[in-house]
Design a protein around this ligand. Structure first.
Ligand code: GLN
Length: 390
């Protein structure tokens, strides 16, 4: 056997895959991996079927179908009041994950540094490493996961090529403020760094708050890759359609990687989404209300249980604070919750370079009301048992 030297020696299987597999094995209710368990809009299903029947089954253009890129430009204009050129600034990707990966590979050179904020989504650092870069991880401040901008300023230098930014934030469930974007912009300009902004939960901002996109911030717009997801917006994570919006020179470099990474993305899925957006240009507007109701349903189910529920400003997750019941070892608590409580959750420590004691696990609220209710009941029962045994 030839000896194989891993390029990612510390990397195992993602926590999402591990937890979903365990949930199936243990028959646990799965509030772990973020994906809906309810059906998509049947109209979208019909449009995918129609695209297949119409023979839209050969390679789509490398950059994405023009009809879809045009609808994306319309959507951006509608959401953020800004223009994006579908020809030179919008690229359709295999989910947001490919956009993130291809953008990082396109711009990070060996030896360069990339800033990421912990807890950081698990795909960021491996992409930086494969590019030969070094990830500099800066923790958000606990307990409410805020940016420590003076610390960010101290970590940035001429070596910083890119800042990985994410709002609404998975898994912290926070939404960056206009002031956060101003701080980010000032530092990026000062160090001539680029920004990769992961905005896949753009429409899931609650309690009347609003999402601040880098696209609507002129200084960030000209130095950012902004990444979005139809998987999230259409409740269809398995369609694997995302997109990246970036200035023309950035997009040119992104496409050099994209074309040899995935080449082009599912043609019938793109055609169907383009048709769907043409019929329903308001797509996305309903998501804040829809997911806020789910969040509130779960919160109501757990009121008085002894579990703490930190504010969830956005995303389709809710953190569960178990500090009343167990020490802040989130891996151990998630394990007990799935084996003894019958509910799968996602611990936060896999999203850290050096995890502090964490009294939280993440629950997904993008689930049917029946599943939320059943999980709420199990969580209450588990809390009662923990209380009784303490
Ligand atoms: N984005 C999803 C989450 O945070 C997981 C996607 C995946 O499994 N790669 O749960």
């Amino acid at each position: 056997m030839p000896r194989l030297k891993s390029r990612l020696p510390e990397v195992g299987t993602t926590i999402f895959t591990v937890v979903s597999r365990r949930a199936r094995e243990l028959n646990a209710l799965n509030l772990g991996q973020g994906y809906p368990d309810y059906p998509i809009d049947p109209r979208l299903t019909a449009l995918v079927t129609r695209a297949m029947q119409d023979g839209r089954t050969q390679y789509a253009p490398m950059e994405g179908l023009m009809s879809l890129r045009q609808r994306i430009a319309d959507k951006i204009a509608r959401s953020y009041g800004v223009t994006a050129d579908p020809e030179r600034e919008i690229t359709v990707t295999l989910g947001a994950t490919e956009a993130i990966f291809s953008a990082i590979l396109a711009v990070v050179q060996p030896g360069e540094e990339v800033i990421a904020f912990d807890p950081a989504y698990d795909s960021y650092e491996p992409a930086v490493r494969l590019a030969g870069g070094r990830c500099v991880r800066i923790p958000l401040t606990l307990p409410d996961f805020r940016y420590d901008w003076p610390q960010v300023a101290a970590a940035m230098s001429a070596r910083t090529r890119l800042v990985l930014f994410n709002s609404p934030h998975n898994p912290a469930c926070t939404v960056a403020s206009a002031e956060d974007l101003a701080q980010l912009a000032a530092l990026a300009v000062r160090h001539d760094a680029l920004v990769l902004s992961d905005e896949v939960y753009e429409h899931m901002v609650f309690d009347g708050g609003r999402h601040h996109s880098v696209l609507a911030h002129p200084a960030l717009r000209e130095r950012s890759f902004a990444v979005f997801s139809f998987g999230k917006t259409l409740h269809a994570t398995g369609m694997r359609i995302g997109y990246c919006v970036a200035p023309p020179e950035f997009t040119t470099e992104l496409r050099k990687v994209h074309q040899f990474n995935t080449f082009s993305i599912s043609h019938p899925a793109q055609a169907a989404i383009a048709d769907y957006l043409a019929e329903r240009p308001q797509t996305g507007d309903e998501l804040a209300g829809f997911f806020q109701a789910k969040r509130d349903r779960l919160r109501a189910a757990l009121a008085g249980s002894g579990f703490g529920l930190p504010p969830a400003q956005g995303t389709y997750f809710q953190l569960l604070d178990y500090s009343a019941f167990a020490p802040p070892d989130d891996l151990a608590f998630a394990e007990r919750l799935i084996t003894e409580g019958g509910v799968a959750s996602i611990p936060l420590s896999p999203f850290y370079e050096r995890a502090p004691p964490l009294p939280f696990v993440r629950l997904c609220i993008a689930k049917s009301d029946a599943l939320i209710d059943a999980a709420g009941e199990r969580l209450r029962g588990f809390a009662a048992r923990l209380k009784a045994s303490s």
